[in-house]
Ligand binder design. Sequence first.
Ligand code: ATP
Ligand code: MG
Length: 352
Amino acid sequence: MKKYKIALIKGDGIGPEIVDEAVKVLDAVASCSDFSFSYEEALMGGCAYDIAGDPLPKETINIALNSDAVLFGAIGGEKWDTLPREMRPESGLLRFRKELGVYANLRPAVVYDELINASSLKASVVKGVDLMVVRELIGGIYFGEPKGRTADKGWNTMVYTRDEIVRIAHQAFKIAMQRSKRVCSVDKANVLDVSQLWRDTVIEVAKEYPEVELSHMYVDNAAMQLIRDPRQFDVMLTGNIFGDILSDEASMLSGSIGLLPSASVGAKIGVYEPIHGSAPDIAGQGIANPIATIASASMMLRYGLDEIAAAKKIDDAIKKALSEGYRTQDLAQFDAKEVCSTSEMGSIIANY
Ligand code: ATP
Ligand code: MG
């Protein structure tokens, strides 16, 4: 029997509560599959700073590198906001991603029919949205040289090499092959030289995926089209800064921040985490929505461990819980049969 080693980084705020529910669901799936999980916990974020004096202790990196995948909760909180920048929880996470070399960030945005069928349809939620932003994560303007500032000048450089574009494009096309086989590559090729290289390179890579339909969109138009008709998109392929903005925009299509997962992949070990933060305002109350983290565990099975049937089981269980009217407090705006706690929602999904 296969045994996967999962590094659990629960983090701060609601992190521990939501990761515990994802583990519950993973164990339930394993109990009816031909694999099992073992878990090792590691510290990151504010809790790591408090205990070890470092938001990313060396041991955490070792535990991650020694695992098959990392399931991550959330980090940060006001308590640590006044620390010097390199001691803040968020800088630990950035360093962590760099250490692992995960260069592709996958952010699905889904509108669950199961949520809106039962409800007095919220105007901002569009039925049938199911898209995935594939964002380059460790290049582009956030990292390009030269960069700097003086008293009256500041500058950053958007740099992409051909190799960086090739590898992220492959990720997007491979994911499209598992979905509706459409890739929309986002750039600003009418203005930026770097975008012209981006576009030419994506067109080249596309030749290896003849079944996938490739289109191109300028980023300003893409931002508009996401609002006008988000159903037109399957996979959106973007550079770092464009993806940062568009994936946040897309996440708002789905109704609650507590629903959406993400994956950072491309290296040997991937990191799977909800898109939301540590939500200190609701931590410890047992009311956080665990679905984003449970869906992240599903992405871990699908993209990290290649256990696609098991991932589907989790996705179906989430839909079933929603269609039967179970809602955590953040979703109570959608007619709730019953408002349930974090751990009730986890158990309901685990028990299907
Ligand atoms: P970060 O800087 O880490 O992104 P943030 O404060 O910007 O943190 P979140 O922590 O994501 O953002 O929280 C934003 C709001 O959404 C908060 O009011 C929080 O309570 C709510 N929220 C976030 N995650 C959840 C969840 N899983 N369930 C319910 N509410 C949530
Ligand atoms: Mg935020």
